[in-house]
Design a protein. Structure first.
Length: 332
């Protein structure tokens, strides 16, 4: 900085003001300083500036599952929204969701110096007595039941699942089968509960739930069981990847979609419109989830005050070619 000041013929304080973007520097002087910086290859020390200001302009992200499309799209949305606000993101994957792993992740983020933390937590963890987050941490949790203790941003899982079931019932199907996600998943739990509630409200029988692990392979296994049941004419699948497996199994079994069996997914991944047939699915607005996560954690940072409660992002049903009225013999 002293070398830049000497070359530009200004004080070190002026160089500091220019490098930090402070106002009040005459434009010609600012250009003079910038030219000197360029000539000398000077770059402001971001760590030093962070220590001086007391902020690092970095958000930490703790993610418990890197394999699911939903989590990765949420991570992308958070990183994009943070960048738009001038913040970098530091990712710490947690392979085993335990108290020790969570504590270790917070410790590592503390060492890396972040201003706030976004936790993308699909599994049941924060609702157990053994797991707590640091009391002074500025935290936003995605997809969780911890709304009374932390700021939570979530997709309206229940509303999306209800719309999917109602769509199939309105087409005339007697009931709707369900391929659910893992039992420990918050999202899967909400979608199962909403599926059950929608069937109960319509006075329809509740078929046995089939479980998958979000993968197309698990959807295929469930699809084989569904294909063997002649009474099955409508299926709500808890995500689009499992729905892809269901479509394959039905096709191999000679069950036509949608003429014999209608299929609805959840997520509206970019590939869903290119399935055969194009998949009717529930659209999740991952970009809006990311924006609200970043907005919440930045409010907490700037106000130095934690937020509580759950902020739900609306879903919408996207109707494509994988759903139709049931075969005449089975129509209600």
């Amino acid at each position: 900085m002293a070398d830049v000041a000497k070359l530009a013929g200004v004080s070190a304080q002026t160089v500091s003001r220019v490098s930090n973007g402070f106002p009040g520097v005459v434009e010609s002087t600012r250009q003079q300083v910038l030219a000197a910086m360029k000539e000398l290859g000077y770059r402001p020390n971001s760590a030093a500036r962070a220590l001086k200001r007391g902020e690092f302009r970095t958000l930490g992200v703790i993610l418990f599952n890197l394999s699911t499309t939903g989590n990765m799209r949420t991570l992308e949305a958070v990183a994009t929204s943070a960048a738009e606000e001038g913040y970098a993101t530091t990712l710490l994957p947690v392979t085993v969701p335990t108290q020790d792993e969570v504590r270790g992740a917070f410790t590592r983020l503390g060492e890396l110096a972040v201003d706030g933390i976004v936790i993308i937590m699909e599994v049941h963890l924060l609702d157990t007595a053994t797991v707590t987050l640091p009391p002074n941490a500025q935290v936003v949790v995605v997809d969780s039941n911890a709304g009374d203790r932390y700021s939570v941003v979530d997709t309206d899982q229940a509303g999306g699942a209800e719309a999917a079931v109602r769509h199939l019932l309105d087409l005339g199907h007697a009931t709707v089968w369900h391929v659910a996600g893992p039992e420990k998943s918050y999202a899967a739990e909400r979608r199962v509960d909403s599926w059950r509630a929608a069937l109960a409200a319509a006075g329809r029988p509740e078929p046995q739930v089939l479980r998958g692990d979000w993968s197309a392979r698990s959807g295929y296994r469930a699809g084989l069981a569904l294909a063997a049941d002649p009474d099955c004419t409508a299926v709500f699948v808890a995500n689009d990847q499992m729905a892809l497996g269901v479509l394959r199994a039905l096709h191999e079994a000679g069950r036509r979609v949608p003429e014999d069996v209608s299929v609805v997914g959840f997520d509206d991944i970019p590939e869903a419109a290119s399935y055969l047939p194009p998949l009717t699915t529930v659209h999740q607005d991952f970009a809006e989830v990311g924006r609200r996560c970043v907005a919440s954690v930045l409010r907490q940072i700037r106000n130095d005050e934690a937020e509580r409660g759950t902020d739900l992002v609306a879903t919408r049903l996207v109707v494509r070619s994988s759903t139709a009225p049931p075969p005449p013999a089975t129509a209600r």
